[in-house]
Design a protein around this ligand. Structure first.
Ligand SMILES: [Zn+2]
Length: 246
C-alpha cells in the first residue's frame, strides 16, 4: 500500500516539475511535451520516468549531455515523502486526499517563490474557494471562512503597515491556508512560519550570507508552517486549549 503512494507521489511530483517550470512563464501545462531546456530535444517517455530516468541518465540530457537540475528529482522525492506523511497522518480517508492535494500545491508554491519571488494566483485563488467548499462539505465552513479572513487579513495589515516586505501573493496564500486549515490551526501555522522565517533571517544576516536589503521570500516558510499545521496542528491546538482548561 505504501509503495503505491510513493509511486503516485513521484508521478505527481513529476507533474509539479512541469507546473514549476511553466506556470511562471504562462505556458501550457499540457502541450508541447517535455523538452531539454538547453538543447530543445524532445524528451522520450522512457527518459521521463520519475527518479529512474534521472538515475539512468546520471542526471544528464541524452541529446546534449547538459546537467539536469537536481530540482527535478528533489521535487519528486519531496512529493512522495509528503504523500507518505499524509497517509501516516490520516490513513484511508478523504482527508488524506485533501491533505495530499494541499501539500502538492505547497511544494509547487515553495519552489516557484524561491525561483521567481511570486506566488501564482492561479494556485491560491482556486485554493481559497476549494478550501471553503470542502469546509462546507465537512461542516467546518465557518472555521474555514474565518481562516480566510484571518490569514488574508494578517498579511493585509502587514502590507499596509510596512509596504515592500510581504506581498499580495503571501496574503492570498495565507487565505488559502486558512481555508484549508481553519483559523485555529492557521494561527499555529503562522507561528511556525514566523519562527522559522525569523530564525533563518537572523542566521543569514549574522553569517553575512544575506544583507539587510536582500529580500527573503516568505512563501516557503508559510508553506512549511502550513504543512506542519496540516499534519500536527490539531493535536497542538487541542493540547494548548486544554492547558487553559477550555
Ligand atoms: Zn539537451
Amino acid at each position: 500500500m505504501i509503495g503505491i503512494f510513493v509511486v503516485v507521489g513521484l508521478v505527481i511530483g513529476s507533474f509539479l516539475n512541469v507546473v514549476i517550470a511553466r506556470l511562471p512563464e504562462r505556458r501550457s501545462l499540457w502541450r508541447p511535451g517535455s523538452a531539454c531546456p538547453a538543447c530543445g530535444a524532445a524528451i522520450a517517455w522512457y527518459d521521463n520516468i520519475p527518479m529512474l530516468s534521472f538515475l539512468a541518465l546520471r542526471g544528464r540530457c541524452r541529446a546534449c549531455d547538459v546537467a539536469i537540475s537536481w530540482r527535478y528529482p528533489a521535487v519528486e522525492l519531496l512529493t512522495a515523502a509528503a504523500f507518505l506523511g499524509a497517509w501516516l497522518a490520516f490513513g484511508p480517508t478523504g482527508r488524506f486526499v485533501v491533505a495530499s492535494a494541499l501539500l502538492a500545491a505547497l511544494i509547487a508554491i515553495t519552489v516557484i517563490d524561491l525561483e521567481h519571488q511570486i506566488i501564482p494566483d492561479v494556485i491560491t485563488l482556486p485554493g481559497i474557494v476549494a478550501g471553503v467548499l470542502i469546509g462546507m462539505g465537512t461542516g467546518t465552513w465557518l472555521d474555514s471562512l474565518i481562516g480566510v479572513l484571518v490569514g488574508g487579513g494578517v498579511f493585509f495589515v502587514i502590507i499596509l503597515v510596512q509596504p515592500g516586505g510581504m506581498g499580495g501573493g503571501d496574503m492570498k496564500l495565507g487565505g488559502m491556508l486558512g481555508a484549508f486549515l481553519g483559523w485555529k490551526v492557521l494561527l499555529f501555522s503562522l507561528f511556525v512560519a514566523v519562527t522559522l522565517g525569523g530564525a533563518l533571517a537572523i542566521a543569514l544576516l549574522a553569517t553575512g550570507l544575506r544583507g539587510r536589503k536582500d529580500p527573503i521570500p516568505f512563501g516557503p516558510f508559510l508553506a512549511l508552517g502550513g504543512a506542519t499545521g496540516l499534519l500536527w496542528g490539531e493535536g497542538v491546538v487541542t493540547w494548548y486549549l486544554r492547558g487553559f482548561g477550555a
